[in-house]
Design a protein around this ligand. Structure first.
Ligand code: SF4
Length: 195
């Protein structure tokens, strides 16, 4: 009997080495291990529940585990309208969170006060706490919030603390124009006009 040998091919770090900077490594690790504190006050909470469901699967982004103590959280989701009476509570929760910490404004009310243009409503949470990402929409679609989460992850990875706004996936104005153009062409075709 001949001797049986087994060749093993080593892959990844076992065959070489990788270099990085410590802050880049920490940014990479932090962006996939977000512990969220949901501060839910109003109707945007319905979409927040949809977002937390298996269909949208926030676990893909390492952000599915809520923490109901701010001391265990590093991502504050502000979901819904904030009244003047709630403002000190929100500020206190933010101050109790550990560093580094990030804030996402979920929906138009949290971002700017929405259509509540009155003395009881805070015109955007950035009047109270620093905000990293704004997700417009009344309420925003879960896909838009996921875009906001991805935007935040990019900022965490690069250490970028400038605020970011989630853009619509499709420009509503251009969709309107395209639909209008198509309808106009159909009308002209029905009348026998040249397009
Ligand atoms: S943005 Fe719209 S859905 Fe969200 S809390 Fe305000 S009114 Fe409700």
């Amino acid at each position: 009997m001949g001797e049986v040998t087994r060749q093993v091919t080593l892959e990844g770090s076992q065959t070489g080495f990788a270099t990085t900077r410590l802050d880049a490594l920490l940014g990479w690790a932090r962006k996939y291990s977000l512990f969220q504190y949901p501060f839910v006050t109003a109707c945007c909470g319905m979409e927040f529940m949809a977002l937390a469901s298996p269909r949208f699967d926030m676990a893909r982004f390492g952000a599915e585990a809520p923490r109901f103590s701010p001391r265990q959280a590093d991502l504050l989701w502000v979901v819904g309208t904030i009244s003047q009476r709630q403002a000190p509570v929100l500020r206190r929760i933010y101050e109790q969170m550990m560093e580094p910490k990030w804030v996402l404004a979920f929906g138009t009310c949290a971002s700017s006060g929405g259509f509540y243009d009155n003395y009881t409503t805070v015109a955007g949470i950035d009047k109270i706490i620093p905000t990293d990402v704004y997700v417009p929409g009344c309420p925003p679609r879960p896909e838009a919030v996921i875009d906001g989460l991805l935007l935040l992850q990019d900022k965490i990875a690069t250490g970028d603390r400038t605020p970011g706004i989630v853009k619509p996936r499709e420009d509503p104005a251009s969709i309107g124009n395209v639909n209008g153009l198509v309808q106009l062409q159909k009308k002209k075709a029905a009348k026998g006009d040249r397009p």
